[in-house]
Design a protein around this ligand. Sequence first.
Ligand code: NAD
Length: 337
Amino acid sequence: MSKHVVTLIPGEGIGPEICEAVRTVIDASGVEIRWEYEEIGLDCLEKFGTLLPEKTIQSVAKNRVALKGPTTTPVGTGHKSANVTLRKVFDLYANVRPALSVPALKRPWNNIDMLVFRENTEDTYAAIEHMVSSEVAQCLKVITWPGSYRIADFAFRWAIAHGRKKVVCVHKANIMKMTDGLFLDAFREAAKKYPEITTADIIVDNCAMQLVRNPAQFDCLVLPNLYGDIITDLCAGMVGGIGFAPGANIGNNCAIFEAVHGSAPKYAGLKKVNPSAVLGSGIMMLRWLGETEAAERIDKAMNAVLEEGRRVTYDIGGTASTDDYAQAIVDKMREQS
Ligand code: NAD
């Protein structure tokens, strides 16, 4: 019997081809995982009348851990995000997104080592919108004390468990005094429990500028949902592109690991995109499962392949396919063992 059972949700667009490549690498690391494939997205709407089938929900609820590819959400019109629904169903309130410079990629910023904690269930992402008139649309920004306190508390606990020293709250409480003000107050209240951690706060626009100017000054950031979404894409761009930004959505009962990037529909089926972000999410998942050795083995092999630069994908100047890059990591693991 396999040691772990993990729900694998390949998702849409480039999701399936990336997830398959990542599965190959994880399986080759020697860790024992039985993968339970489940569906999400537009195909499900046609097949089951819902974007998020009950079977997928049941599988995640049972296994309490999932690896997920991206889904597609139309801009402006059409269906709601299946991804946001999944986060709501399991109350995955903490979105953890590490931003770590990749030594092999020569970037203007080579000293980034941050953990970003994005609140994952509230803010404008509650998607409470309506038309006031044909010319006026309104969106509610919902920030609650419990929601703000628990993400701050989570950030402090995670920071301590991972040897971090400083947590900075990012907000716009100078303008949104009630909503962002509440987020900041809850952060300050939670901080009282963790005197060993240094704290500070910064206004989000200044944070974006400071990140580009001197990212090494930041250790951990905690942000409301929308700012977190934007700032983590900025961080992804700085470390080497969206193909290198992993993440985890964590709640009290389960964890779903997925990349920051989306389904990149224009590349779907071409097998040319970079699977590193989903693989990085897989590495986070292995650590979450206590499989530290397998996680380190993959990480080391991936960095060696990137360093050699011969079998890498187009986004970092290579010509390798998604599968060939994954196979290069598998080959490297064998070479290094
Ligand atoms: P995207 O992340 O899919 O693509 C942005 C850019 O990055 C594109 O140029 C794309 O080609 C490139 N890119 C993305 N992943 C890459 C990879 N692994 N390797 C190399 N290049 C990569 O964002 P988008 O175009 O704004 O959104 C496309 C769809 O994805 C939308 O429907 C959006 O709603 C959805 N989306 C889903 C998630 C999720 O499921 N977690 C997250 C973000 C966006």
